[in-house]
Ligand binder design. Structure first.
Ligand SMILES: Nc1ncnc2c1ncn2[C@@H]1O[C@H](COP(=O)(O)OP(=O)(O)OP(=O)(O)O)[C@@H](O)[C@H]1O
Ligand SMILES: [Mg+2]
Ligand SMILES: [Mg+2]
Length: 300
């Protein structure tokens, strides 16, 4: 098969591993920077051009679109979909997952448990917003944040009000969430492919932090997950329409809670911690699904 990897940086671990895995299984691979693509969206002759040339047909496209380029990156992916390339995660599913408000609303609608969460844009009534999620301690997040940046723990009501007021000054969308103290700075990352959790790791925050992100200095180990957690991770990915997803779960006293669903999960932490070859599993999924005449789940 001819496979394109949409990525801004060919030197990233996940991008290199996916390329290696595809080549090892006899496929042709090209790494394409989505920001260097331009498009003819004419219905008669949809095409993607790249650095002065029209691109050939690709059987499949693996999107590795960073949060900074979601808007244009998903537009480029949609164009590949129009040209008949099979996407490993549809553009519309990536768009859903990137919007924390939208994805938490969709998950809630399916009855998937999550920390009690309030959303607001520059709230005037900080007091009621805090009340609504059960008071301090609570977590305040910037809706557009990643890698734990813009995630703050407010231990008292006064701290919560100051943080919310500070974000309000920035005119940002914020999310206010019940703090799951008993998770003790840990969360579970479940790597979902199709309707299976193929790998799971537990991440733990470094001393003195509550954020388990590896980018914030957290560490990881293999973990056994329960059937309930397994089912929850698969349902969360399916609800957003993602074939490949990193589903983050907090272990709360009242049971597992989905914290977020990532559409472009990094492979480095999970492969190195589990020793599993996730990149090859992703390529194998493409081999099974990228048949001529496949149809999109939601049509872009
Ligand atoms: N409600 C909560 N209760 C307890 N811990 C939390 C809560 N929300 C977030 N955390 C901790 O903070 C970390 C970062 O939060 P979150 O994943 O929401 O932020 P992010 O910036 O989207 O990170 P990512 O890079 O994973 O997308 C989580 O991995 C978790 O360890
Ligand atoms: Mg996130
Ligand atoms: Mg996270």
């Amino acid at each position: 098969m001819k496979i394109a990897i949409l990525s801004r940086d060919a030197t990233l671990y996940s991008c290199k591993r996916l390329r290696e895995a595809a080549l090892a299984r006899g496929h042709q691979v090209e790494i394409i920077d989505p920001l260097s693509c331009y498009m003819n969206i004419n219905p008669a002759s949809a095409a993607v051009h790249y650095r002065g040339e029209p691109l050939p047909h690709f059987d499949a496209v693996i999107p590795r679109i960073g949060p900074a380029t979601t808007f244009y990156g998903t537009a480029v992916l949609r164009q590949f979909e129009m040209c008949g390339s099979y996407p490993l995660n549809e553009s519309v599913a990536i768009t859903r997952a990137r919007d924390k408000l939208r994805s938490l609303q969709l998950l809630a609608r399916q009855g998937i448990d999550m920390p009690v969460t309030g959303f607001a844009h520059s709230p005037d009534d900080t007091h009621d917003l805090i009340e609504m999620v059960g008071g301090a301690p609570l977590v305040v997040k910037l809706v557009e944040g990643t890698q734990g940046i813009g995630v703050v723990l407010a231990e008292t009501r006064q701290a919560a009000e100051s943080v919310i007021d500070a974000f309000r000054g920035l005119n940002a969308h914020i999310l206010v969430q019940e703090f799951i103290k008993e998770a003790q700075g840990r969360d579970i990352r479940c790597l979902v492919i199709g309707n299976e959790v193929v790998a799971a790791i537990e991440r733990e925050a470094k001393e003195g932090d509550f954020r388990s992100n590896l980018h914030r200095g957290g560490c990881a180990r293999r973990v056994e997950i329960t059937p309930r957690e397994r089912e929850m991770a698969v349902r969360a990915a399916a609800t957003l329409g993602l074939d490949v997803a990193g589903v983050d779960i907090l272990r709360a006293r009242r049971g597992p809670l989905v914290m977020e669903v990532n559409a472009s999960p990094g492979l480095e932490g999970i492969e190195n911690t589990t020793g599993l070859n996730i990149a090859t599993m992703m390529i194998a999924w493409i081999e099974q699904h990228a048949r001529p005449g496949f149809s999109l789940k939601t049509g872009g």
